[in-house]
Design a protein around this ligand. Structure first.
Ligand SMILES: [Zn+2]
Length: 435
C-alpha cells in the first residue's frame, strides 16, 4: 500500500490524498484550494494520477476545500463511486451548485456538478463496506453535520484519516469518538499549536445584549453552511432565556436557508435535536429584493446574518453599504479571517469595500471579532483524538500551517508518539517497506 500526498500539505485547503492499493487507487477528499490568487493557481495543476484511474473517492465532509474539486475530477474523466454520509451528500449538493456559479465556466459548470452528484453513494457511520478489497468505515468526526473520519482496513494495515475534526465540546454537535487503533494515522493540524481560551457563548451574548439594549443595527458575517446554523441555534437559545433582549433577526443568504433545511432534516444527529430544529425554522429568511430594500430603511434594534463569512462577496456587502455611515452599527466577524480577504483587512483597520454600484465606501461602524467560533479541534482535542493507543503508529500531519504542524509534532513527541511525519506535496510513501 502506498500513500501519495497532494493537497493540504502546505496549508489548510485543497485536501486530497491518494491511497494506492494493489487493485487500484482510492482518493481521500477532493477539495479546492482557496485563499490567495497564488494558492488558487494550484487548482489548475495536473493531478499526479489520471482521474479515470481512480476507483473511488471518499469525502470526509462537505466543505469546499474537501469536496469542491469533484466536478472537475468528473469533467476530466473520473467515473468511480463517491462515498460520503447522507447528510454530507445533501450539504455537498448545495455547496457544489453554488461553487459552479462562482468558478469560471471552463473549470466546471452546473452540468459537471449534476454528473458528480449521480456518482454519490451514501454510507451511514459505522456501516462498513468493501472497495478494492479493503474494508472501509466512516466514523463521526464532529466539525460540521455529517463530517467523518475514515478507516481503511487492508489485509495487513489499518489506516485512519481524521478529516477535519471538531471540538469535543461543540455547542451543537455531540462528542465524536476517538481514533481507533491503527498502523497509520493521517490527521489534520489546523489548530495544532493553539488551545482555546475565550468563551464563545459569552462573546455572542454580549453582542446580542448590546444590540438590544442600545437599539443598534448588528450585522453578522457568517459562512452559510455550519457556522450559520451554530449561530442561529445559540441565538435562539439565548432569546429563550432572555426574552427581554430579543430583537428581529433576518437571514439574508439563500444558501443559508438551504443549509438550515438540511440541518433540520438531520437534527437527530445534533446534540440537542429539538432546539436545533426549532431554532432553524424560527428566523425570517429574506427572499425577495423588495424585502431587502425595505429592511434598509429600518432602524435598530435588528440583526442581519449574511454571507460571505470573510466579506469576499455575497449579499452582506449591500447591508454593509446601507449602514456604512452609522457609527453605532456593529459588524460582528465570528471566526478566522483568511489572509488577503476583506475580513482580515477590516480587522486590521482598512475598512473599505465596494458598493452595489461599484462605488468604494468606508465602514464607519464598529467591528467586533471573535476567534471562538471555529468548528475545528484545538491542540488538546487533537491529542485526545489520536489517543494513547496510537503511540507506535506512523502519524502524518496535514491541513495546517507549518507552525501548527511543528507545534503538534513536538507535543506528540513529548507524549511518546514515535513516528511523526510532515509530508510534502507529491511525496509517495510505500508502506510495504516500513512499519
Ligand atoms: Zn472543514
Amino acid at each position: 500500500m502506498k500513500l501519495q500526498f497532494w493537497g493540504a500539505t502546505d496549508d489548510v485547503t485543497g485536501s486530497m490524498t491518494f491511497v494506492h492499493l494493489q487493485s487500484g487507487i482510492i482518493m481521500i477528499d477532493c477539495g479546492l484550494t482557496q485563499g490567495t490568487q497564488k494558492s488558487e493557481m494550484l487548482n489548475h495543476l495536473e493531478l499526479p494520477v489520471q482521474p479515470k484511474d481512480i476507483k473511488a473517492v471518499i469525502i470526509t465532509h462537505a466543505h469546499l476545500d474537501h469536496s469542491g474539486y469533484l466536478p472537475r475530477l468528473v469533467k476530466k474523466g473520473f467515473r468511480g463511486a463517491i462515498y460520503c454520509t447522507p447528510s454530507t451528500a445533501q450539504l455537498m449538493r448545495i455547496i457544489l451548485l453554488d461553487s459552479a456559479k462562482l468558478t469560471e465556466e471552463d473549470f466546471y459548470g452546473q452540468e459537471d456538478v449534476q454528473a458528480t452528484l449521480k456518482l454519490v453513494r451514501t454510507k451511514e457511520w459505522h456501516q462498513s463496506f468493501d472497495e478494492l478489497e479493503a474494508l472501509i468505515t466512516l466514523m463521526p468526526a464532529g466539525h460540521i453535520l455529517g463530517a467523518s473520519s475514515i478507516k481503511i482496513k487492508t489485509l495487513d494495515k489499518t489506516i485512519v484519516f481524521s478529516g477535519d475534526l471538531g471540538r469535543f465540546e461543540d455547542p451543537i454537535l455531540p462528542e465524536h469518538p476517538i481514533c481507533p487503533a491503527a498502523d497509520i494515522v493521517v490527521m489534520e493540524s489546523t489548530y495544532g499549536g493553539k488551545n482555546r481560551t475565550g468563551n464563545l457563548e459569552k462573546e455572542l451574548h454580549s453582542f446580542l445584549a448590546t444590540i438590544a439594549r442600545e437599539s443598534r443595527v448588528g450585522i453578522i458575517a457568517s459562512f452559510a453552511v455550519a457556522r450559520a446554523q451554530m449561530l442561529l441555534t445559540l441565538i435562539s437559545e439565548f432569546y429563550e432565556r432572555h426574552p427581554e433582549e430579543k430583537v428581529h433577526v433576518y437571514i439574508d443568504s439563500p444558501m443559508m436557508g438551504e443549509a438550515n433545511r438540511v440541518y433540520r432534516d438531520y437534527s437527530h444527529l445534533t446534540r440537542h435535536p429539538d432546539s436545533v430544529f426549532s431554532a432553524l425554522e424560527k428566523f425570517d429568511l429574506i427572499e425577495y429584493r423588495r424585502e431587502r430594500e425595505s429592511l434598509s430603511r429600518k432602524e435598530g434594534p435588528l440583526i442581519i446574518i449574511s454571507a460571505s463569512g470573510m466579506l469576499t462577496g455575497g449579499r452582506i456587502q449591500s447591508h454593509l453599504y446601507n449602514w456604512h455611515d452609522d457609527e453605532k452599527a456593529i459588524l460582528f466577524l465570528p471566526g478566522y479571517q483568511g489572509v488577503g480577504t476583506p475580513g482580515r483587512d477590516f480587522i486590521q483597520g482598512n475598512r473599505q469595500l465596494i458598493g452595489p454600484d461599484e462605488e468604494p465606501f468606508t465602514w464607519q461602524g464598529e467591528v467586533w471579532t471573535s476567534e471562538q467560533f471555529s468548528s475545528h479541534a484545538d491542540q488538546n482535542d487533537l491529542i485526545r483524538w489520536v489517543g494513547a493507543e496510537n503511540k507506535n503508529a506512523q502519524i502524518y500531519l496535514l491541513h495546517g500551517e507549518i507552525n501548527s504542524k511543528l507545534a503538534l509534532k513536538s507535543e506528540l513527541q513529548n507524549l511518546g508518539f514515535k513516528s511523526i511525519t510532515i509530508p510534502s506535496r507529491g511525496e509517495v510513501i510505500d508502506h510495504k517497506n516500513i512499519n
